[in-house]
Each structure stands twice: as C-alpha cells, then as structure tokens.
Design a protein around this ligand. Structure first.
Ligand code: PA5
Length: 430
C-alpha cells in the first residue's frame, strides 16, 4: 500500500491554503474521472485498468517466456516514455549483480557514438563457450520517427539481419496502431508488432506492451504488476486522500515560489524509478512558465554531493522522498574485534535497514530545519505488486496535480523546439 506523509510540509504552508488546495485537488480529480480537463483524449492509461485485457497480458507473458528461453541479450530500444518505465521496474526488482535469464540492455535513448559502437562490439563478442550470443531487439516508438530511437534501430536491425538467418523472429516492434515509418518497416519485414493504444501517451504507457514486454522478458510477473495498479485504481474511487494530499501539498509549494523538487530515495534500487517519475512529472507540468524542476537524488550517496546544496543552498527547494518501510534483506553489521579498531562496534548487530533508516530520519530532520519541506511517499515493501501500485499512484497524482496548475498534462509541445533546430542543422527535408 502506498501512503503519503505531508507532515514535514505543514510548517512551510498555510493551513487554510492547504485545505483549499485539497478541495482543488478533488475538483481536478473529478476532471480526470469525467474527462473534462485538457488532453482528455489521452486518458487511456485509466481505461486499460478499468477493463484489464487479460488475454493480452497472457500473450505478452507467453511470448516473453519464449524469448527468455533463447535470448542471451534483449535490447530495449526507445527513449523517454518508451523506455524509462521498463527500466524503472526492471532495475527495482531484478538482482543487482546477476540476473537469471537474458541480460537487458538499452539503446536508442541518446546518440552517443561511444555507447552504440561499444554495444555493437559487445554483441559481436562470443560467449564464454565460444558460441555466438543470441540477441533480440525490441524497438519501441509510438510515433515511429524519434531520431535517437530510429537511428539506433537502423544500426541494430542491420546487425541482427547480418548475423542471424531468423532475424525476423528476433525483432519486435512496439508502436502506434497505424501510420509512421515504423509501421511501414514492420509491414515490409513482417516483424512481430505490439500496439500502443492511441489514447495512451508515451510517459503513461508503462502498463501497455511498451513496458510490459521488456518487464516480462526480465522475468517479472506482469499480471501482478498490472493488478497492483488496478488495485489503486479501484481504491481511488472511495479513498484517494493520499493522492490528493500529495497533489495539494506540492501545488501550494509550487504557488509559493519553490522551484525545485529533489526526488530522492535511500534505496538505490529505486533510482531508475525516480528517473521515471522525473520524466512523468517534468514533461507533464513544465509548460506555460509553470512547474517545479524534478531533480533526482540517490541517497545517502548524494548527501555527500548535492546534499550540501539541499541543506544550505538557495531556499527554493522541496524534497520528495520515496521510502520503503520493510527491509529487503536482514543483513546485520558483524561483530568487530574487541579492540574496536574501526570504531564501529556500537553498530554491531544492528541491521543495515535500521542504519539506513536513521540516515533517512536524520536527513528529514536536518533538511526541514534547513528550510526544505519534505514529502514522504511510503511503500510498505519493494515488490512487484507495490511497484504496480506506485506506477498508477504516480500517473494519477501527475494528472491531478498538473490539472491544478491549469495546464494540459498530456502533451509536450516544447520538445519540438530542439528537434526543429537539430533537423535544420542536419539538413532534413521536412
Ligand atoms: O512521454 C512522451 O510522450 C515522450 O517522452 C515520448 O515517450 C518520447 O518522446 C518517445 O516518443 P516515441 O515513442 O514516439 O519515440
């Protein structure tokens, strides 16, 4: 279960303002439910939870299992909403060092020549037993024309066709229902295709085949993930106070000239999830001169870096901490020698979770005393069900909060500006 804790914000905001923001949050929620807000043609991320397509979930699981049996490497080729969701869930749930099943790699999320050339070199390297690696490629692009993804796909697709007789079975394309260059390629080549529904935007698409196929290939149970999201969708009908309080608190802070939201966690497994949240909120709210910049922090690592600025820098920072309540492991500090040479015997027998928790509580205390309001988003446990819950919690929060700012959460007109300049420099014919 996901819980919001805004008690460390209360000293920074006026109670009356917060109460009125809570009412605005409820109104914004009703706009989402009734489809009366701007961009209401993009509410498919709720529709898919209202009537789950179990047949599709099963088909994706089956297909992913087939890939898992054969693949050494599975490349997810996409950018923005077309890859961050999958990466977030996979990084959170898979073992840190050694995964069973195929290694999941990412491409098409930038245009680094070093990265792509080294990736191709890596694909070319035989396995320890001298055999060729078995590589599968999932290109994901709703528009089918995003340059970063399209270029990587061109290079990797050629590599796959040059290396395997069954190349067509190794390429899976996830894209919009029709139109666009990618659909043309799929038709010509006969690649397997998964559809991103028209009414689901990129950053809200993790629970469509965009995220579900890579997540299933990584060995994660997508039914549990999906139904975790469904459980919050159902609960929200009668109990949505956690989403509304979060939206109200962030909106009041926004309206009181805070400018940066440092979104952090003391559980590094969730760093990828924070990247997903950053994209989800940032691309949704940053319009018409509005929005809090969603910065990412991985604590306690970053307490030795940007922590200084959070504590004592310009006072326009809000902090949102993603907290996992129950320990993932019971690892305890071992007994040191009697001389206590490293002076850590006072911690002997204490669990790492407890120590990390003290770092969290100490940080909240220090940061709030330093003038930083802190919002806590608390997961009971880090597991597949709760990540599904968290995904929908954040999707709903984003829609409600951004409606409170009176902008359309579902478009991204500003992204076109860099593309226009880049294409001009590259001499692209429009
Ligand atoms: O949220 C969004 O819509 C964007 O971040 C897109 O996902 C991103 O730009 C990739 O677009 P596409 O899937 O069309 O390649």
């Amino acid at each position: 279960m996901i819980k919001t804790d805004v008690q460390h914000v209360k000293n920074f905001i006026d109670d009356k303002e917060f109460k009125s923001a809570l009412q605005n949050a409820e109104n914004a929620y009703q706009q989402v439910v009734d489809g009366t807000g701007p961009g209401s043609e993009w509410l498919g991320w709720r529709r898919i939870l209202a009537s789950p397509n179990d047949a599709e979930l099963e088909e994706i699981s089956r297909y992913a299992n087939k890939i898992r049996e054969d693949a050494d490497l599975f490349i997810v080729c996409g950018i923005g909403g077309s890859y961050t969701g999958a990466m977030a869930v996979i990084k959170a749930l898979n073992p840190v060092f050694k995964n069973k099943g195929p290694e999941i790699l990412y491409a098409g999320h930038h245009m680094s020549s070093k990265y792509l050339s080294e990736l191709i070199e890596y694909l070319n390297e035989p396995k320890a037993n001298g055999e060729k690696k078995s590589v599968y490629l999932n290109v994901i692009s709703k528009s089918g024309s995003t340059l970063e993804t399209a270029l990587a796909f061109r290079m990797l697709r050629s590599w796959i066709h040059d290396n395997y007789d069954d190349a067509k079975e190794r390429i899976i394309a996830t894209t919009g229902p029709e139109g666009g260059v990618l659909n043309k390629i799929i038709k010509e080549e006969g690649y397997k295709k998964y559809i991103i529904p028209d009414d689901v935007g990129g950053r809200f698409s993790v629970l469509t085949p965009v995220g579900l196929l890579p997540i299933a290939v990584a060995g994660i149970d997508i039914q549990t993930l999906f139904y975790g999201a469904v459980s919050v969708f159902e609960k929200e009908k009668t109990d949505r106070s956690d989403v509304l309080e979060y939206a109200a608190a962030r909106c009041v802070l926004h309206n009181n000239d805070f400018a940066v939201d440092v979104i952090g966690t003391f559980d590094p497994e969730l760093n990828g999830f924070i990247a997903w949240i950053q994209q989800l909120i940032g691309e949704s709210e940053g319009k018409e001169g509005k929005g809090l910049y969603p910065a990412m922090a991985g604590y306690s690592t970053d307490l030795h870096s940007v922590g200084q600025l959070v504590q004592e820098g310009r006072r326009n920072i809000v902090e949102t901490l993603l907290v996992v309540d129950k320990p993932f492991s019971s690892l305890k500090v071992n007994e040191g020698d009697e001389r206590d040479t490293d002076q850590l015997n006072y911690l002997a027998g204490k669990s790492f979770h407890e120590i990390n928790r003290s770092a969290l509580e100490g940080t909240i205390q220090a940061h709030t005393e330093g003038g930083v309001p802190v919002i806590k988003i608390v997961l009971d446990k880090l597991n597949t069900q709760q990540l599904g819950e968290l995904i929908y919690f954040y999707e709903l929060f984003t829609a409600v909060y951004v409606y409170m700012l009176e902008v359309n959460p579902f478009n991204q007109p500003g992204v076109e500006s860099y593309k226009k300049e880049m294409y001009r420099l590259l001499g692209k014919n429009s």
